[in-house]
Design a protein around this ligand. Structure first.
Ligand code: COA
Length: 475
């Protein structure tokens, strides 16, 4: 009987996602943008805005965001299909290896990732820091450094590579003053000797730039993120359960309760939805760090740092706070009129790339609704959200192409699972490790250190005035 209920619930998740897909197909024609989906002849001509907006910095086969049509693709597969039919483990395999796995490949990949979640040595080290006093994203970043320390030989002085093995190459030894010619120049400029494992290094330590690091991070970051939440509640970290997925284990290790199959599946869908999203700021940050041939742990740590900023991760916290501030659905219109008069942006709406309905919000909305139906504490919040969506889209949908984004419903989903709002951005990071790793590994195959230029607008030819001759007031 219980099994029948579970199957019915899981089928319902799949159906609401497929219905969301149908709706998206009806509302958009999903034609790719030729200028963003065809091979590039380097050097490429493009119009670049401040912050590199519009710049083409790399080619990729990993994922594509069609902002005009509102579609998201990983390795050619539509996000709706992946959410309906795939798992986070399978999606991670797809992102990292470029194709869907066979059933035996998936079984061994999933089992391997589950083993990678077991990181007691790292967790013990983590507990020696005041994790409960740190911002969760800061603690997560620390966790990746500690994983690096425990899992690789890179930090062990005795195993440091001979300096003669690496090319002496500070950034200015690269001929950046010449125009970027691309093509043949976009290949390795550095020798990879520095990553060769010394014979004296213990067997369990790996190099920090190989694919094994990605697997370590995919599993390990789940455990670190859950441990951070656990420690913040005054509990000690838990070990993963071998029969739960990464998403299920995240919930178990965080709450100490075995998630229901429905909760596990919905968290799994959230992980899939956040796994990759073009060359956004955190992905770019990871790629920039990796492009110096630093290593993958540092690259992922940089992604976490970039994601921690309020312009990137974390708008879902503001969404939940805003919905709570609004209160009942009937208060939405008055609240919105005031927000509009105050020129206040509504959290969870609008997107730098999407000028259509964000497909991730199309999936998360109905899932939040499913959870709200079962949870009287969440229902009013969801109803207020629905009313806010109607109001904002009616007002700004056509005129400014403002629609709900991924953050609009994700906070409601996490809240219904009892997750503290301070942890929401860490969930984003846990899933995005897959995309960060895939893009870093892809970029390293044809690595070229990132090095844009800035236009110098300062003064020239200043004459140096000795300290004792300068105006003492400093003016
Ligand atoms: C995400 C975001 C930064 C994208 O910004 P952007 O593409 O640079 O868009 P702009 O900020 O230039 O906004 C374009 C117009 O839409 C309006 N707009 C954008 N987002 C809006 C929002 N959330 N609520 C109300 N109006 C919004 C702007 O006021 C601007 O109007 P104007 O042309 O009259 O000045 C922006 O939409 C935002 O701040 N959203 C809220 C925060 C959020 O949800 N972030 C998570 C993103 S995943």
């Amino acid at each position: 009987m219980a099994q029948d209920t579970t199957k019915a619930e899981l089928d319902r998740v799949k159906n609401v996602i497929l219905q969301a897909k149908e709706k998206a197909c009806r509302e958009t024609d999903n034609e790719p943008e030729p200028e963003l989906t065809s091979r590039v002849e380097w050097p490429v001509q493009c119009t670049v805005g401040p912050g590199l907006e519009g710049a083409i910095a790399a080619e990729t086969k990993i994922g594509y965001v069609n902002g005009t049509k509102g579609s998201l693709i990983y390795r050619g597969y539509d996000i709706f299909d992946l959410c309906a039919h795939s798992t986070f483990e399978e999606t991670s395999y797809l992102l990292l290896h470029g194709r869907l796995p066979s059933s035996s490949e998936l079984a061994s990949f999933s089992a391997m990732l589950r083993r990678k979640m077991l990181i007691p040595r790292t967790q013990r080290l983590l507990l020696s820091f005041p994790v409960e006093e740190m911002l969760p994203m800061a603690a997560l970043r620390l966790g990746t450094n500690l994983m690096r320390q425990k899992q690789t030989f890179r930090d062990k002085d005795t195993f440091l590579a001979e300096t003669a093995d690496s090319i002496a190459a500070d950034e200015d030894s690269i001929p950046m003053e010449t125009p970027p010619t691309g093509g043949k120049k976009s290949v390795f400029e550095f020798i990879k000797h520095i990553f060769t494992k010394p014979e004296t290094a213990p067997a369990h330590l790996i190099s920090s730039e190989e694919i094994e690091s990605c697997y370590n991070l995919l599993g390990g970051v789940v455990s670190v993120a859950a441990a951070i939440g656990r420690v913040r509640q005054g509990h000690i970290p838990l070990e993963p359960l071998p029969d739960l997925s990464l998403a299920g284990n995240y919930l178990y290790m965080l709450t100490g309760r075995r998630p229901t199959p429905l909760q596990e599946r919905i968290m799994d869908v959230c992980f899939i939805l956040h796994a990759d999203h073009g060359m956004n700021a955190s992905t770019f940050a990871s790629m920039v760090v990796a492009s110096t041939l630093s290593d993958i742990y540092f690259a992922i740590g940089s992604g976490i740092a970039a994601l921690s900023g309020p312009l990137h991760g974390g708008a879902n916290v503001e969404v939940v706070q805003t919905l709570e501030e609004i209160g009942e659905a009937k208060s939405v219109k008055a609240w919105y009129q005031k927000a509009k008069a105050d020129k206040r942006k509504v959290p969870g709406f609008g997107h730098r790339v999407y000028k259509a309905y964000d497909p991730r919000a199309r999936v998360l909305g109905p899932l939040a609704e499913m959870l709200a139906e079962e949870d009287p504490a969440i229902k009013p919040l969801f109803e207020t959200a629905k009313e806010l969506e109607r109001t904002v889209v009616a007002e700004l949908g056509e005129s400014k192409r403002i629609f709900p984004n991924v953050d609009f419903y994700s906070g409601i989903v996490y809240k219904s699972m009892g997750i503290d709002e301070h942890l929401y951005t860490t969930i984003f990071a846990v899933s995005r490790v897959a995309g960060w790793c895939a893009r870093v590994m892809e970029y390293l195959e044809q690595n070229r250190i990132f090095r844009p230029r800035a236009i110098y607008t300062g003064t020239l030819h200043e004459e140096y005035v000795p300290l004792d001759q300068r105006d003492p007031t400093g003016t």
